[in-house]
Design a protein around this ligand. Sequence first.
Ligand code: PMP
Length: 449
Amino acid sequence: TASPAPTGRTSNESEFARARKVISGGVNSPVRAFGSVGGAPRFLVSASGPYVTDVEGREYVDLVASWGPAILGHAHPEVVTAVQDAAALGLSFGATTPAETELAELVVRRLGGPRASGGLIDELRLVSTGTEATMTAIRLARGFTGRPLLVKFAGHYHGHSDGLLAAAGSGVATFGLPASAGVPEPIAEQTLVLPYNDPEAVRAAFAAHPGRIAAVIVEAAAANMGVVAPDPGYNAALASIAHEHGALLILDEVLTGFRVAPDGYWGLQKTSSAEPAYDVDLVTFGKVIGGGMPVAAVGGRSDVLEHLAPNGPVYQAGTLSGNPLAVAAGLATLRLADQETYARLDRMSGTLRAAVSEALTAAGVAHTVQSAGNLFSVLFAPEPARDYEAVQAQETFRFPPFFHAMLDRGVALPPSVYEAWFVTAAHDDRAVTRILDALPHAARAAAEA
Ligand code: PMP
């Protein structure tokens, strides 16, 4: 396979200096900057299986997985071939294709659908990014209910549309921003930000704004403030409170969907005895559904989805929506991600969670490994965190030295304490050994911080 040869004449530092002259901040997405850990971000030239390679020719075991999509590992040969085959037939038509229907059918079926037969969604609309998916879901909820307000939870990230940046997770948390500048107050005021895992706060919001809340949007399991799983019964409580008041529940599975189980976090909960069944109106997907290419989706109840143009009055569109290369990557990825893939991800996650905890305990670092399915992150606090306030109270200063000790030993973690770690089915013994060898050094660096 093609591996762009590192020239040996460049370095991550010089690439960063060069990028900063022509790209705002030197990065095209803020989470890629080493903003909270320091140093120059690694400029990558190739990726294969569990590894990524930078411009200096250094190879890292990757626990970023493109922030989720790469569940099969990078550049899976069958996914690459599917994209190459699609490319040979044309890059973009701006017209309907059978492959889009195939992907939609596969997704509806995989989520047990349609809803009348116990599934999660009846139909969907393909878009290109998670941001578009949640933005569309919210517009749809408002158009359907005729109500203006939205409930979101502190520390949850749903992309970068105006109304969703208040007290957001991911880069907004990493850079310590309360919200984003540039969002006009009349728009920000339409979002009610509540503490997570606190159903009473949601009941109080509905009581305070009768008949005005269109929807509650929640990450299926929070994973953009580090991982914070919903308490047992919490998602179900949100559904019943919202429905009691004529509002919709939007389940954001952009990060969890097709990653924690074949049918997402909803699927995990469905098979859990601790979890009452619950009814979701709209669901958003991204990341794995595109297999590393730009595909995302909003799906749900057909009576709600029918409000989208051309059938209904809620507008949404996209020149590149359902792009043939992207759809080919998504289809190939979902077809390859079978039960064995998820079993591998679970085993890998379990191994790493135990090893991280063992190393930090040996180094005397107070910590909790927080998890939701195979997603996990390290919280530098002795007690588990259930909400954003608790997450922010951890010893965040221990993360940068931990991160750099791992990186120095050839393991690339997400460069923020507020991000989940992503395993892939391609992480093999050699990759795991490197992680296990690096952990005690990183734990000692965290202890000395
Ligand atoms: N929702 C969730 C839960 C996410 O994790 C993300 C991205 N990390 C988004 C929405 C936004 O997706 P995108 O970056 O593709 O716009």
